[in-house]
Design a protein around this ligand. Sequence first.
Ligand SMILES: *Cc1c(COP(=O)(O)O)cnc(C)c1O
Length: 382
Amino acid sequence: MSGSIYLDYAATTPVDPRVAEVMSRHLTLDGVFANPASRSHMPGWQAEQAVESARRQVADRIGADPREIVWTSGATEADNLALIGLMRAGRERGRHLVTSTIEHKAIIDTALALEKEGCEVSWLTPDGSGRITPESLKALLRDDTVLVSLMAVNNELGSINDLAGLAAAAHAAGALFHTDAAQAVGRLPLNVAELGIDLMSLSGHKAYGPKGVGALYVKRSPDIRLEALIHGGGHERGMRSGTLPTHQIAGMGEAFAIAGREGEADQARIEALQARFLEGLADLPGIHLNSTTEASVPNIINLGFSGVDGESLLMALRNIAVSTGSACNSASVEPSYVLREIGVSRALALASLRFSLGRFTTADDIDRTLATLRHALTGLRR
Ligand SMILES: *Cc1c(COP(=O)(O)O)cnc(C)c1O
């Protein structure tokens, strides 16, 4: 580990030490460990209180009411619950779903599964900078469109969608609007009421909380009914059964509270680091910025290196933790579908790397990465 630089915050973030401390107080006999559904004793009530206080922390971060938060195992499950739960419950209204070709696999594969059970899916394509325009959405909406699902921030490009414009377009056609905001928490102000969001998927581990926990925001409205995917004790108002993992939930709550207090300062620092990185690359030939610096979070810098082999470059950068394509399909040699969709050639997509920065990235990390990159490119291009 020594000497290694972590620049893969979009794949996962380390748990903030303050979050780890809170989690450790919710595990052992001397802490708050009981089953939050145990109503017959004090330890159970304390656990329930910890869960409810975290529910408020998460709700506060997105301008929601705590009763609108459903705990899940992560954003993947929240995406599944939103899409499948809503499309199944909305059968009588229609079977049409609209999403995009650059969503996370948790959305794309769920939409494909819904196609197999008789739903019809329309796929929006992004503009060259990785955004879906409200105009392109309007063209695909129909009377039987039940749901539109479009991500807040793209995990490979950092591009930010105009959620308010997209939600307004969906609503004008009588459809509901879901957004996967896993990459947005701590990077953007997010207010579900102001943006007009009906459902929002959240993840703990993209925001310095633990892996294995997430949430789905479900607006309290008579129009919104979800069919549960996981049946059991009727937890979470019947929408998601299973004993709540108190330590994970308390950790996610603390992480979201910190994001609310410190997100803006984090982002100002990260923006300066992004500028430092891009300036340091300016005199190197053959580097293409796949991501953009406009309407994007500064955390994600996606670069294409023409004339070098992506695998060899990754080998030369082995002391730096970065991603090729997205982490979920790095086992295959197919180029990133997100880069292909914004018009990057197959060859350049195969020679592209995603550098993602976060709360603990330092100027020294950036300078050492630049030096390593310079050395590697000179060697590979010789
Ligand atoms: C990481 C990520 C997910 C998956 O979240 P998990 O909590 O790991 O299930 C979904 N969507 C996006 C955009 C992500 O970045």
